[in-house]
Design a protein around this ligand. Sequence first.
Ligand code: FES
Ligand SMILES: [Fe+2]
Length: 475
Amino acid sequence: MSLLDPPTPMGNGKPDFKCWHDYAAPEKDRISPHLFETGDDLGPVEDFRVPAGNYLAREQHEREREHLWGTVWQMACRLNDIPNVGDYLEYEIGDRSLIIVRDSETSVKALKNACRHRATAMISGKGNTSCFTCPFHGWAYKLDGSLEHVPAGWDFPQFDGSGLREVRCETYNSNVYVNLDDNAAPLIDHIGATMHRNFEAYPDHRMWKSWHFGIVVESNWKIMAEAFFEAYHVPWTHPAYAPGSGDVQGRIDVFGFHHRLISMALIPSFTSGWESTEQEIFDCVMQAAGGFVQIPDGQDPDSLPQMTLPDGVTARRFMADTIRGNWGGQGLDLSGVSETELVDLFSNLIFPNFVSFVGPGGHVTYRFRPNGDDHNSMIFDIANLVPVPGDGPLPPDVPMTMIPRGTLMRDHELAQKVLGQTTLIVDEDVSNSARIQKGLKVSEEIVVGEELEPNIVAFHRNIERWMTGDRRQSR
Ligand code: FES
Ligand SMILES: [Fe+2]
């Protein structure tokens, strides 16, 4: 382009390209009907802007601490993170700490992690115990939080003898959710009927967690969350994946507080103009993102056998057949499942900070939280759920490994071992987030695309709506 050329007109001339509905049409009869439900009307695109202060302002962080994190349901752990009576773990949200404990075979509780005497935090990390004993003066509490013993109890006539403060705790699918607001609506009302249909089609009760990593990211929590809200960035942020990953061909639907992103895999990115052969597309996905492919576990993502596509078979078809074949051999019948549900990515946000990529062959879950009281860094964690065919016991869930701050995922031995080249994708999103944080400091606002990123503007509107007390999920 010469310097004299006029700038490309924005917003004009959307080209014709094949999108998800076109790919889905031939197999419409076997695709789960919930995938055709469409999202809310978000109004004129002129308003699709977000002020930089939503990410950077300390005041915003403090409002979120009180009026978002203090009142919203949030995924704390999986039930199988604490499978045995007495298992507990610490759930931290910002600078608040809770104990999640399996207090009986059939019950899980959330307790504030503070002794009733002088407020010492009772636990950190995870473990198993028969009672919680405070390390300071030895006040002891049963697993359900009730007070068991106070050394020299005669000296506290003013204390009513109640135990660790309980917090609302409910389960949805195989996850434990907590809410610091005693008056919150039930969790299922928050999830709502539309989002529920997106989860019930791919139940996770017979899945085990095969890996789980946590990373400190040098950005506000919302920046990192938004890195997983759209596929528009894929060819530019993840160039090795561009020949095998759609970008603009997918779709986004906002359902009240929540949303769903469909990102298409095993087709080349449209905006970068890749023209890949079907074999190149397939090889690209196996090499760049093998760690995320829904193949049975137990295979090293970097040493999968080279597979040659038969003539005339698309990469999408071949991948779907490979997944069906591999899982069928292990006793999981996916023969009736559509191609798109086996190869594309369907990611659901449960407002505000839990994203689950769901499918019949496994889930990948993401969570985004502020890092303590710091609004300029956050804790990101990513976990992989794998189906277990049959009805035998599930293997124990793998606990979260925290990657040391400043270490790239690709340089972490365990992450490299289980995820291989796929670690690069995560590293690329992490480094983008730090760049965005930097750029926002000299920006007033950002603009977001009408069809490619509408959920980002909805996200900010919903946070504000929530914080100002309108918390009813509409659908
Ligand atoms: S602070 Fe816990 S026993 Fe004193
Ligand atoms: Fe990304």
